[in-house]
Design a protein around this ligand. Structure first.
Ligand SMILES: [Fe+2]
Length: 127
């Protein structure tokens, strides 16, 4: 059944390497995602790859929730290379060059964190 070859999953991130569009799957379907005439590339959530010390999110408890830092060694926040967003559970904070590579969230309990570097892609950690 060809139509199930490309079944997506909720929250997957896909990128078009031609135009730079990045999308997040809200409701999975069976079709292949195409942009600029090419299949979009699934962004793999990394935890241990090269450069992990600058990308794996570090989660610290605060009085009102958590502080997420990217990463153990602060990630650059330059025009050409920066952290685009930090996500905790289903909430994203969008960053721009010049910002600190960190964000606060008023949340408690189990957290699942993802971050996106415009060069090195998607990274995750949990607490
Ligand atoms: Fe990076």
């Amino acid at each position: 059944m060809l139509k199930y070859l490309y079944m997506t999953k909720q929250k997957e991130i896909y990128k078009c390497n031609i135009c730079g569009n990045i999308i997040e799957m809200i409701h999975p379907g069976a079709g292949q995602l195409i942009c600029c005439g090419e299949p979009m590339k699934l962004q793999v959530e990394k935890e241990t790859d090269e450069g992990k010390e600058k990308h794996v999110p570090v989660i610290e408890k605060t009085e009102t929730g958590i502080l997420v830092k990217v990463g153990a060694v602060p990630h650059p926040m330059e025009e050409a290379h920066y952290i685009e967003w930090i996500e905790v559970n289903n909430c994203k904070v969008f960053l721009k060059p010049g910002d600190n590579p960190s964000a606060k969230f008023n949340i408690s309990g189990d957290v699942s964190v993802r971050i996106y570097c415009n060069i090195h892609g998607l990274w995750k950690s949990k607490m």
